[in-house]
Design a protein around this ligand. Structure first.
Ligand code: BGC
Length: 764
């Protein structure tokens, strides 16, 4: 066995060396030769083994030798494992694959490195709120450095499911409601993890996996894992773009989603996995199912394990996560003529190619360097970057009378059950993070304010009245023990410390497990017990700053009218506490903008800025009844997409176009002068929207087409210019052709989707 491995390693190393000096085409030839030769030596069972991604079982507890999985690895029945933490553990498991399996094929080690490894960055929705792809790329890059130093070569990220229903818990993991912003984030994350060259990975680069393909964010009523049904127009124009952007950026792998698409579960949907993904988009990596995605199709009602496994393979899926449907049934299906060995070869080839590109054949222990593990994880530099990024992700929703920033000498009453939790700070999917490490908000404030600080804390309430809901929302050891005192006693304590303070900082909202997977909510307001606390605090007349922890857009109708300052801090990662303090005290100026609309009420959902127009309601109607689609609420959101305040103010000069006509091959420049009219430096996200006024199909009232984040000193003016060209005006028409149509277009530029200036041009 050893001999075979040495030969494999020699061959692969030669290929890698050649690749360093030769163009990509040459590299591919070497890879092809290598994979051909290996495939030629594999039995059918060994090929099927490469397609198997089991749960790690007791291997995660270091019992590799005695576990079944270790035996399976030795028998060549495993292609990879995931969510194992620790470089020594991974090295040992890799050793079993390399030394004890017949062909010594190395394993691929995956993990949900969703927003950082040990250094946690803000949750992806919050990263998107930075509107700063360069910062998001740096975050993914740091995640890749730390993960690769810890034995991990593959991450199940980015998650780019467009979502317009904030009841869905997984909006926290995604990129919000807009395809253009989502695509920018998808590219940034893929580049951050993988670098720009996906034919070869450096020691500190890992393979990305874009998920969940496709449309997972459009499940009915925000119910997780639920049915999706939409037109192909909508898929192509509104939901596919971020997956496609990841593919165009060279993403190495794709994860199939749980939901069905056009009546066929994505995992078995050949149109999705092959016609669109590979034939139309040119994806050449491998496709993995989601966790038990294959066997769950039995419950969807399309067949037994053998049938669903055969259908997944035939659809274009290459690797089977946890179900073991491929492992247990594909050989029998070949025998029965249900699947061809050629299909298995094709899938196996894709897995082997991924391992080749990662450099695992040349050195199976490439990602297992204990020296790197000791020096490149959770470093000061990484944490400083995470702190900066977290501060940049917060969105200032309200700041009446300039209540923020606070003085460091102010006497602060910090109130709320989330203010003294450290385990909630990092947010959902902090798989590799040590949850005991982050500072609590109270500690962060003390640290940043320094010795002058006068900060007192009272819990004020439990997370919510219902202990069962609280247990679910604080799962995985989150450190908010249920308080045995009565609600009255807790509120009274909070009122007492508030009476004595200059200002109240109310740290309220969702604990981190109230969003994320399997965490949809029907009511997306601040939970009831905390609401009651906030109302009593407000009644005292003390100035209140609401520090809102949220994994989703929330309904804040009452808060928006009664609480003077609201800072949405999402879940900011391991350095969140100091980042929040940086912003509250004004050491950092907030510049985040909403990546999703905040509805006024759940009844408005789905609510999104880039909607279509209809004949009704009619604006300016005499009777209120005809001015909204609802009798009891307007059509508009409470806080729109792209909205976010700063401690300074920005003024936009007139929007000018270089021409009011564009020829097919030409361009137009849209320019605006932006001035910082306040008295401190700040950053503004200048947003470009376009509306196609008349089309062969109906078109949205506005669509984000570009954005630029600029920093301006007090009093400074900068000109921001966007180049508009014809490809930017294309859309998928009724025949699903990607075309532009001659006619008039509205250009809109501003600092929020609802605060824009207009100009118009004609495309000839
Ligand atoms: C989730 C995926 C995740 C996978 C592996 C699934 O339940 O839907 O997003 O990558 O588990 O942990």
């Amino acid at each position: 066995m050893k001999r075979i491995l040495t030969t494999l390693a020699g061959l692969a190393a030669a290929g890698t060396m050649l690749a360093q000096t030769a163009p990509a085409a040459r590299h591919k030839t070497e890879m092809d030769r290598f994979v051909d030769s290996l495939l030629g030596r594999m039995t059918l069972e060994e090929k099927i083994g490469q397609l198997n991604l089991p749960g790690a079982g007791d291997i995660t507890t270091g019992q590799a030798k005695s576990s079944d999985i270790a035996g399976a690895i030795g028998r060549g029945e495993v292609g990879g494992l995931f969510n194992i933490k620790g470089v020594e553990k991974i090295r040992e498991v890799q050793r079993i694959a390399v030394e004890e399996s017949r062909l010594g094929i190395p394993l691929i080690f995956g993990m949900d490195v969703i927003h950082g490894y040990e250094t946690a960055f803000p949750i992806p929705l919050a990263l998107t709120a930075t509107w700063n792809p360069a910062a998001v790329e740096r975050a993914a890059r740091i995640a890749a450095v730390e993960a690769s130093a810890s034995g991990i070569c593959w991450t199940f990220s980015p998650m780019v499911d467009i979502a317009r229903d904030p009841r869905w818990g997984r909006v926290s993991e995604g990129v919000g409601e807009d395809p253009c912003l989502g695509s920018a984030m998808a590219r940034a994350m893929v580049y951050g993890y993988q670098g720009r060259d996906n034919t070869r990975y450096a020691d500190d680069e890992i393979m990305a996996c874009v998920k969940h393909y496709a449309l997972y964010g459009a499940s009915e009523a925000g119910r997780d894992y639920n049915t999706v049904d939409m037109s192909r127009q909508r898929m192509y124009n509104e939901y596919f773009a971020p997956y496609r952007a990841a593919v165009d950026a060279g993403v190495g792998s794709v994860m199939a989603s749980f939901n069905e698409v056009e009546g066929i579960p994505a995992t078995a949907n050949r149109w999705l996995m092959t016609d669109v993904l590979r034939d139309q988009w040119g994806f050449d990596g491998f496709v993995v199912t989601d966790y038990t995605g294959t066997s769950e199709m039995i419950a969807h009602g399309i067949g037994d394990l053998q049938e669903v496994s055969a259908r997944a393979l035939a659809a274009g899926v290459d690797m089977d996560m946890v179900s073991e449907g491929f492992l247990k049934t594909l050989a029998a299906s070949v025998e029965a003529g249900k699947v061809s060995e050629a299909d298995i070869d094709r899938a196996c080839r894709r897995i082997l190619e991924a391992k080749y590109k990662l450099g695992l054949f040349a050195d199976p222990y490439k990602y297992c360097d204990p020296k790197r593990a000791a020096t490149e994880v959770y470093t000061e530099a990484h944490r400083a970057e995470a702190r900066r990024t977290a501060a940049e992700s917060f969105v200032l929703l309200r700041n009446e009378g300039g209540l923020l920033p606070l003085k460091k000498t102010a006497k602060i009453a910090v109130v709320g059950p989330l203010a003294r939790s450290r385990e909630n700070m990092s947010g959902t999917w902090s798989v590799a993070t040590d949850l005991k490490k982050p500072l609590t908000l109270v500690e962060g404030l003390e640290r940043v304010a320094g010795s002058e600080a006068e900060i007192v804390w009272a819990k004020g309430s439990n997370v919510c009245y219902d202990p069962e809901l609280e247990r679910n929302a604080t799962l995985f050891g989150r450190d908010i023990p249920r308080d045995g005192r009565s609600d009255r006693e807790m509120i009274d304590e909070a009122l007492r410390i508030a009476a004595d303070a200059d200002v109240v900082v109310a740290a309220l909202g969702e604990p981190s497990e109230m969003s994320g997977e399997s965490s949809s909510r029907a009511d997306i307001g601040i939970p009831d017990a905390q609401q009651a606390l906030l109302r009593e605090l407000a009644a005292t007349g003390k100035p209140i700053v609401l520090v809102l922890f949220a994994g989703r857009p929330m309904t804040l109708g009452w808060e928006a009218e009664n609480i003077p300052a609201i800072l949405c801090v999402w879940f900011g990662g391991t350095e969140a506490a100091e980042a929040i303090a940086d912003v509250l005290y004004g050491d950092a100026n907030p510049s985040g903008k909403l990546p999703s609309s905040f509805p006024r009420s759940v009844g408005q959902i789905p609510l999104y800025y880039n909607h279509k127009n209809t004949g009704r309601p009619v604006s300016g109607e005499r009777f209120e009844k005809y001015r909204s689609n609802y009798l009891d609420v307007p059509n508009t959101p409470l806080y729109p997409f792209g909205f976010g305040l700063s401690y300074t103010t920005f003024e936009y000069g007139p929007l000018t176009l270089s021409s009011d006509r564009m020829a097919a091959g030409g361009t137009i420049t849209a320019s605006v002068d932006v001035t910082n009219t306040g008295d401190r430096e700040g950053a503004e996200v200048v947003q470009l929207y376009i509306r196609d006024l008349v089309g062969s199909t109906t078109r949205p009232v506005q669509e984000l087409k570009g954005f630029e984040k600029i920093t301006l000193r007090a009093g400074e003016t900068k000109r921001v210019s966007f180049t508009i060209d014809e490809p930017m005006l294309r859309f998928y028409n009724h025949a699903l052709e990607f075309v532009s149509e001659a006619g008039e277009f509205d250009v809109m530029v501003g600092g929020s989707s609802d605060r824009v200036q207009h100009a118009r041009f004609t495309l000839r």
